[in-house]
Design a protein around this ligand. Sequence first.
Ligand SMILES: Cc1ncc(COP(=O)(O)O)c(C=O)c1O
Length: 398
Amino acid sequence: MTDVAERLAELRDRGLRRRLRLVEGPQGPRVTLDGRRVLLLCSNNYLGLADHPRVKEAAAEAALRWGAGAGASRLISGNMRPHRRLERRLAAFKGYEAALLFGSGYLANTGTIAALAGRGEGVFSDELNHASIIDGCRLSRAETFVYRHADAEHLAWGLREAGGRGALIVTDGVFSMDGDVAPLAELARLARDHGCRLMVDEAHATGALGPGGRGSVAAAGLSGEVDIVVGTLGKALGSYGAYACANAELSEYLLNAARPFVFSTAPPPPVAAAALAALDLLEAEPRLVERLARNAAALREALVAEGLRPGGAGTQIVPVAVGEASLAMELSERLLEQGVFAQGIRPPTVPEGASRLRLTVMATHEPDELQGAARLVGATARELGLTGAAPPVAPLAA
Ligand SMILES: Cc1ncc(COP(=O)(O)O)c(C=O)c1O
């Protein structure tokens, strides 16, 4: 047996071996998965824009006009009009002077954090932040203080201990696996008091929270106080890529210092054009955001009626606690057999013992589809002897 085969076997034995499934056709509320029609309850295409005719047309037109790829990094010859247009629109949408595009949210987070903190400085990161933030902290070589989830007092203690070396506080706006919202007002106050920058990742908040879907920072009225807002284009905006919003000076610095921006090919023009069309739709149809919130509430209510206690804070991310990884995957498989595709989430995405079913709703789901799914989740959870309490909040490895 090779060492790799041994590692794969170990992953299998621990219920952690992953495999790809195949979706035919576009990301709608129902998809064909490995040949079967199923209700999709684990896509981040929250507003259904990935399959919107105007978004698809914009991508197709841009491909015809600008080509399929940018051919180089932005700083060489890859800076094209769709990039510039999208950056201006994103900055205006979020209420910032500037926005800078990145190839993905993973790259935006790693690049931005590593550019803003370095050796001898401190980064302060919520224990449930996304892996791309954790990796950004590692790459920065700054000393990382991982504060307890959403615990401003613990963070304040860490900042005091750092004695002025704190460079950056970084948090998810909406936590990707838990669906709750960061205590942004307290974080902003601490950042101000300690002379630190504050960075918020709006991957799951853009298109879902705040006025017109402007995100958790706008919802908290803190656009002027959060130094950097990162967001992805691959979730509610239905395309691919990401952006960092900041003031003009900071943005110019990131353009020079964020390595994934400097050393990576610019996003393809059709991808930027699709995101721009999605942003137009979001601004023209704020009812999409309301519909998403209504659907999230409907699913939560229906799960509660089944005796489950979904976690999160009313957002479109609805976790149902399971515990052991193998049990979470068993629940997910049994639901799939009954036509509901809801992903089981296990380590390393969540801590050991905190595996869960992560249900995500879309604005395009019908309320009766969500109610039917909740009944199946309830019945299947009971078959497996689960109580479905809110997932415990436990730390990930920093
Ligand atoms: C909170 C958060 N940040 C960043 C990312 C990475 O974004 P992307 O998929 O664009 O790389 C994700 C998800 O994938 C996420 O959940």
